[in-house]
Every structure is written in C-alpha cells, then in structure tokens.
Design a protein around this ligand. Structure first.
Ligand SMILES: Cc1cc2nc3c(=O)[nH]c(=O)nc-3n(C[C@H](O)[C@H](O)[C@H](O)COP(=O)(O)OP(=O)(O)OC[C@H]3O[C@@H](n4cnc5c(N)ncnc54)[C@H](O)[C@@H]3O)c2cc1C
Length: 394
C-alpha cells in the first residue's frame, strides 16, 4: 500500500507491433467462416494450430537454448490478444504456453532437453492440463487421483474432468496426489506433477471421453485405471506439485486475460461498425445513446483491464509475486469482454442470432472466461482474503 505521495513507476510493457502484424498475417488465412465450420463440426482447428506453430508463435516463451524465441510473457500476451482480436481463437493451443512453464521452471535439465525443443518445433504437443476433477471442483487440494510409487513406476488411478485438448495432445501435465491427505501436514502438500505420455497411455490404463459443450473446446473426461508412468516423468520434487501449478496459474491468468482483451476489441469493432452503418427510423442506430453508451462504457472497462493485464505481465516478467494482479487482470478482462459481447448482441438486434454474423459464437466463447480457468467468485475470495485481509470463507 502507498500513501499516494511516492512516485510510482510502472512498466506498461512493449507493444510488440511487429509481433501483432505477424500474428494478424497468419490469422488472415483463417476467416470467421473457418471457425464457424469448426464450431459446427466440433473439430479441432489443426490447420490453425500448425500455422501458428510454424510461424513460431506457440514456442515464443520457450528459451532460445531449447529452440524457442525466448520472449517474455508480455509477448505471449500480445500474441493471444491479437489472435482473438482477429476473430480467431487461441483456445486450441494457448495451454502450451503456460504448461511448458512448469517443465521449464521445475523440470530437470534432462526433461527440458527431451521435451522443450519438440514443443517449440511442433513435433510434440503439450496441450493437456489435468487438474480439475468431478467431485472436488475448485477445491484442488481435495482431488482424488492417486499416483502410488511401485519400483520405477507410478501407478495412477482416478478421473479428471474438463481436460481440454486431451485427444489432440501428446503429453498431459497431471496433478495428482502422491501422499494421502491424512498423512500430510498441509493439505497443499503431497500433490505432484507428472508428465503423462498419452501416446503410450491411451488404451493402456487411460481412457478419454469427449464432453459435448456449448463451445468448440475439445474438452474431455479422462479415466486412469492402473496407468503405469515411469518415475522419471515426475516434474520437480514429489509432493510439491501444488506450488508448481500455482506458479503456472499466474501465467495462465495473464494469457487468458489477454484473449479476453482481444475478444473485447473484436466485439467493439463489430458493434461500432454496425451501429454506424445500420439505419432505422431514418438515422444510424449508433446515433442513439442507448446504443452508444454501453459500447463506450464497456470499452472504457476493457482499456482499464488492459492496464491491469500489462501490470501483471510486467510483474511476472520481473519475477515478482503477481497472484493478485494476474487474478484481477483475468477477472476484469473477462468481464469487460463479456459486457462488450452483450452490447454487441444488443447492437446487432435480431441479426446477432444469425450464425452468418458470428456474434453469437463469439459471445458463447467469451462466456467461458468468467468461469475457467478460475471462476470470478474464487478470484473475489482471493482478493478479499489475501489482499484485503478479510476472513476466509472456505
Ligand atoms: C470448456 C472448459 C474447459 C476447461 N478446461 C480445463 C482444462 O483443460 N484443465 C482443467 O484442469 N480444468 C479445465 N476446466 C475446468 C475449469 O477450470 C473449472 O470448471 C473451473 O475452475 C470451475 O470449477 P468447477 O467447474 O469445478 O466449479 P465449482 O468449484 O464446482 O464451483 C461452481 C460455482 O460455485 C462457485 N463457488 C465454489 N466455491 C465457492 C466459494 N468458496 N465461494 C464462492 N463461490 C464459490 C464458483 O465460483 C462457481 O461459480 C475447463 C472448464 C471448461 C468449462
């Protein structure tokens, strides 16, 4: 806290116009109709993911010594924002940027050499993040999936839910319990992160079942039945996985918030263009303040959210604790994008419902980020308790 008299300096981060231009160029080959077709067929956008990988954007955060571009998270943020502002969706590939961070920060040198270059050049996909479970929900420390060490293997049993991209990923970063809850001092202890090679696992103790959802997100239930995974696939120290995951979550929040910034820009652009061009009662509908004001108000919120995203990214890149900023950035950006989506729907009137305008699809997609990867209530609880010092509600 400051008394307001100190000079506060904040790095707003580079704008990376070159990266924005490059991303827009790739996105131009994937028009809205491409995404509509994928949505209707519930298909993974393989061509888009390949194009992004080939252009080097999905390996942007991997250090150069492991084959990536070695860019800071601010650059990752710009890449994802621009993908969404172009009307495309990074949901099919964004996880790679933050999951690989767990391997990078906590993996052994051998693991980094084994996996990161392949992730950077696209020959290995690390897109699946197995945290959520059906019974424990957001209360992650209560998760039930167990890994029991037997010689040089872990034997894994349990179930994950909402594991997105599991069918399209080669590797999954799995969070599971290695020490039972009643044998640990703190409930956050005894959880471990294990890399599961799904190319070997499926059919040998792992089963993946797709979950039909209101958006095209390729998400699944994953069942583990005596799946054997070599002990060498453990990331970092056994029992410390929860801490590793929390590290990665700050990156995840910043990156997902950036996608919401892009969505917000897209909705704003569409709403303004339509408000200016559609004439009813002999004048453009945009001349009515009832149409203008919601767009202007939520655009202002979006710009404020952008500042929070920039601050969180700057703190992350400076190695400072940024849990509060990353969470607030994600909450504010997802809410601003959602409100702009609603304003865009209202501006389009009945035409918002016609699939050919793509508003309804983008609106459905923008809703997710108020719930995943963490819901608004849990962010508010975090801010209330950890930032403002109010009592714990759970
Ligand atoms: C399309 C999609 C893709 C996803 N992809 C992944 C993925 O790849 N990997 C993965 O691990 N997970 C994934 N998730 C899961 C996602 O992270 C969770 O759905 C999300 O964190 C919310 O958890 P939950 O659904 O268990 O809700 P719950 O924890 O059951 O909560 C339900 C509601 O209750 C509220 N609530 C709960 N506790 C409190 C409290 N103490 N105070 C106030 N309110 C409370 C929550 O805010 C929420 O609104 C995905 C989800 C979706 C829908």
């Amino acid at each position: 806290m400051t008394d307001g008299t100190e000079l506060i300096q904040m790095d707003l981060g580079a704008d990376h116009q070159d990266i924005r231009d490059g991303v827009q160029k790739v996105c131009a080959d994937f028009p809205l109709e491409y995404w509509q077709e994928k949505d209707e067929a519930a298909e993974y956008p393989t061509e888009f993911v390949n194009a992004m990988t080939e252009a080097g954007y999905l390996g942007a955060l991997i250090p150069e010594e492991y084959g990536g571009a070695g860019l800071p998270i601010r650059a990752g943020s710009v890449i994802l924002e621009e993908i969404h502002a172009s009307g495309c969706s990074a949901a099919a590939c964004h996880a790679q940027m933050y999951i690989m961070g767990t391997v990078l920060r906590h993996g052994s040198e051998e693991q980094k050499r084994k996996y990161l270059p392949g992730i950077a050049d696209g020959s290995i996909r690390l897109q699946a993040f197995g945290v959520s479970e059906p019974t424990s929900g957001t209360d992650t420390t209560q998760l039930k999936t167990r890994a029991v060490r037997q010689g040089d293997h872990y034997v894994i049993n349990g179930q994950k839910i909402w594991t997105s991209r599991a069918k399209q990923s080669d590797l999954m970063l799995l969070l599971c319990r290695t020490t039972p809850l009643d044998e640990v001092e703190k409930r956050t202890d005894g959880l471990s992160t294990i890399l599961v090679d799904m190319r070997e696992a499926v059919g040998n103790g792992m089963e993946i079942q797709g979950i039909p959802t209101m958006i095209n997100h390729n998400t699944n239930s994953v069942f583990f039945d005596d799946l054997k995974v070599p002990v060498e696939n453990l990331i970092g120290e056994e029992g410390k996985g929860f801490r590793y995951i929390l590290d990665g979550m700050n990156a995840e929040r910043v990156l997902v918030a950036s996608e919401s910034l892009g969505d917000g820009r897209w909705f704003t652009e569409k709403a303004v263009a339509y408000a200016n061009e559609r004439e009813v009662f002999g004048a453009p509908i945009g001349a009515n303040q009832g149409i203008q004001f919601p767009i202007a108000r939520h655009y202002a919120s979006l710009k404020a959210a952008e500042l929070m995203v920039r601050q969180a990214a700057a703190m992350f890149d400076a190695g400072q604790p940024c849990g509060a900023e990353a969470n607030m950035a994600k909450m504010l950006a997802s809410e601003a994008a959602w409100e702009l989506g609603d304003a865009c729907m209202q501006t389009y009137g009945g035409f918002a419902f016609a699939k050919e305008y793509h508003i309804e699809r983008k609106w459905r997609e923008a809703r997710l980020y108020k719930i995943a990867p963490i819901s608004t209530n849990l962010i508010l609880a975090f801010v209330a308790q950890h930032v403002l010092g109010m009592p714990r509600s759970y």
